[in-house]
Design a protein around this ligand. Structure first.
Ligand code: TYD
Length: 134
């Protein structure tokens, strides 16, 4: 069975002073990074995401705390807890994503292959299924 969860383990350049991770476009991040955003201070019990992208690729990293992703290709769904600043979740285009179970201290950083473009979003799950089943 095809796996929907693809993770990248980043080298930790930390030493006795603490941790350090370096992210480089087209090196340990498999695209040219055009945008970075982060989600923080998420309220207890909220969930986010609930969309797919037509073209955008992203890598999500819980630089602090943890949250749980659901990745769904319209046929299968998989769940993945992100809880390490040295692990990135590669989110390809054309997958539905949801984020749940944010810890109070979660800072979820997302690297994106393009600028923000609402036209690239599929925000309705039924529309997503129709596109995926074409
Ligand atoms: P939204 O898509 O609801 O976030 P999530 O998928 O994490 O639940 O985004 C919230 C708002 O922020 C929405 O009005 C779009 C806007 N936004 C930007 O302007 N730029 C961005 O890079 C992102 C991710 C969102």
């Amino acid at each position: 069975m095809k796996t929907l969860i693809s993770t990248i383990e980043f080298n930790s350049l930390g030493d006795e002073r603490g941790g350090l991770v370096s992210l480089e476009a087209n090196e340990n991040i498999p695209f040219s990074i055009k945008r970075v955003y982060y989600i923080f201070g998420s309220k207890a019990g909220i969930a986010r995401g609930f969309h797919a992208h037509k073209k955008l690729k992203q890598v999500a990293i819980a630089v602090s705390g943890s949250c749980r992703f659901i990745i769904d290709d319209g046929q299968f769904k998989e769940s993945k807890v992100l809880s390490s600043p040295t692990e990135g979740l590669l989110i390809d285009s054309c997958v539905w994503r949801e984020m749940h179970d944010f810890s109070h201290d979660c800072v979820l950083m997302v690297l994106a292959s393009d600028y923000y473009d609402e036209a690239d979003y599929i925000r309705n799950y039924q529309d997503f299924l129709k596109i995926m089943r074409k």
